[in-house]
Ligand binder design. Structure first.
Ligand SMILES: C[S@@+](CC[C@H](N)C(=O)[O-])C[C@H]1O[C@@H](n2cnc3c(N)ncnc32)[C@H](O)[C@@H]1O
Length: 202
């Protein structure tokens, strides 16, 4: 899908993401992963700022990235409500250039599904994260349940057309091929949801 079309698709979904911010199904999982973030935090695909209320606000300075102007505006409002220190960059992750080793924590939740080349994106995380920093992911992908994964593969073209995100990404393979050194993986919901704590390799 062309980038401009994808941006428009996400712009139009901002209200949906605002309504899902407090989704109780994800609250515990977001809390579990986000509470590990500290220091200078880069959050990519920040969306409507669903993670802000889970950060330890006295211990983080967040830089939020998103290519959707509507999402950035919504995230700014969410940051102000949660009183977290945050600045924002409206940019495509594939074109974003940041100093290597410049963040203590890199965060991505439910966003690897949207990027054209998620392994390349993880390689950017690897570069931007400090040697002793942490990479925190909450991602969705292919279930280990054969019936569910078959359905995910079948509906992926329509799912992507409607939402902009792929539901058939193989998270184990993506992480395995990336340069990240995994410390901990937890899987939920028939292994559709992954919580991952990783380190960069330098
Ligand atoms: C599925 S939403 C997830 C939002 C949020 N992280 C959450 O947990 O609710 C993906 C977000 O990534 C953004 N996004 C997708 N592709 C992007 C890209 N190539 N560069 C920057 N942002 C992107 C979208 O605009 C959207 O806000």
């Amino acid at each position: 899908m062309k980038k401009e079309k994808l941006i428009r698709k996400y712009d139009k979904q901002v209200k949906i993401y605002e309504n899902k911010r407090a989704n109780p199904k994800f609250a515990g999982l977001r809390n579990k992963i986000i509470k590990n973030a500290y220091g200078k935090v880069l959050e990519v695909g920040i969306g409507a700022g669903a993670n802000f209320s889970y950060y330890d606000r006295n211990n983080v300075e967040i830089t939020g990235i998103d290519f959707s102007s509507e999402m950035i505006m919504s995230a700014k409002r969410a940051a102000s409500i949660s009183q977290v220190k945050a600045k924002f960059i409206q940019e495509d992750i594939d074109e974003l250039i940041l100093e290597p080793n410049s963040f203590d924590s890199i965060v991505s939740t439910l966003s690897l599904c949207s990027y054209p080349d998620p392994i390349a994106t993880l390689s950017k995380f690897n570069s931007w994260c400090r040697k002793d920093g942490i990479i925190l992911l909450m991602e969705h992908g292919l279930s280990s349940n054969p019936l569910l994964s078959f359905t995910q593969k079948m509906i992926d073209p329509l799912h992507t057309k409607i939402s902009g995100c792929h539901c058939n990404r193989n998270i184990d393979k993506i992480i395995g091929k990336s340069s990240l050194q995994v410390d901990q993986i937890e899987r939920y919901w028939s292994d559709i949801i992954y919580l991952i704590r990783a380190k960069p390799t330098k």
